[in-house]
Design a protein around this ligand. Structure first.
Ligand code: SAM
Length: 253
């Protein structure tokens, strides 16, 4: 693994993120991005369910802990998914990589530093203060890097995960090539995305989904499973208003 360029609050930076890059990144704005993402830690107690449960179930049904030495999640946000996975596979070394320092700071506070965090969700209708339950996992690390330039060796990762990232990348195929580079032979890459692209270029190159699948195969990844009816409902407030994401989930090798 590459050496970090520097650290901020004990979070290794593998990309030298400039002041301009910080300013331009919507995920560096505490409100509302980090708050909304942090809400994922509380969904079980607030709404009785974790909205990403279908993603977790899909991952679990498509991989076994046997022969797993390491797991990497790219675009891990505040770490809810990789935190849950690292808790389940306590013998496996896990990394969460993200491009946002604010997201990673929250992820590390919750999953590694066992820091007490109270969220103010009063704008979502929860008028009382809410506390996130926290952990001190020793098999989980977080670092700042770009999906397009990962700090890991070629063929080094047994399982690579990514949820709700692919469509945020300006060049999703470049991101996939980098994921493929770090994946070991016969390792698995499990991706979930609503393919809600934010550029006309990506809509025209990668939609309908068959076009994305062809691009994936063209870079040498084998499609082991392709499920295009995973629905994720992201709760938004106390009245249970929610955003519906129509996702595609895939297992690649
Ligand atoms: C929509 S959020 C999804 C977070 C989490 N995976 C989830 O499913 O809840 C997208 C995340 O990807 C990160 N991200 C965006 N571009 C990235 C890039 N080029 N490399 C790594 N992470 C990136 C953002 O900082 C953000 O945390």
């Amino acid at each position: 693994m590459q050496k970090p360029i520097h650290y901020r609050k004990n979070i290794p930076f593998f990309h030298n993120k400039t002041a301009l890059e910080f300013r331009q990144d919507p995920y560096e704005r505490y409100d509302p991005m980090v708050l909304r993402q942090s809400m994922l830690h509380l969904t079980d107690s607030l709404w009785g369910a974790y909205p990403m449960q279908p993603v977790k179930d899909y991952i679990q049904s498509n991989c076994s802990a046997e022969h797993l030495n390491n797991i990497l999640e790219i675009g891990c946000g505040v770490g809810r998914l990789i935190g849950d996975i690292a808790s389940m596979y306590s013998e496996v070394s896990c990394w969460g990589i993200d491009y946002s320092y604010q997201m990673l700071k929250r992820a590390k506070e919750v999953w590694v530093d066992n820091k007490s965090i109270e969220l103010d969700l009063s704008t979502y209708g929860f008028l009382e203060g809410l506390r996130i339950s926290r952990r001190s996992l020793t098999n989980l690390n977080f670092g700042l890097a770009k999906c397009e330039d990962l700090p890991f060796e070629d063929d080094s990762q047994d399982l690579v995960l990514s949820s709700f990232l692919l469509d945020r990348l300006s060049d999703p195929i470049q991101g996939l090539k980098e994921m493929k580079r770090v994946l070991r032979e016969n390792g698995k890459l499990i991706l979930v995305s609503p393919l809600n692209f934010n550029t006309s270029k990506n809509w025209s190159h990668l939609y309908p989904d068959d076009k994305l699948r062809q691009e994936i195969e063209a870079i040498g990844l084998k499609v082991l499973d392709w499920n295009d009816d995973m629905v994720i409902k992201e709760p938004m407030d106390k009245r249970r208003n929610c955003i519906t994401w129509n996702c595609v989930a895939m297992v690649l090798s």
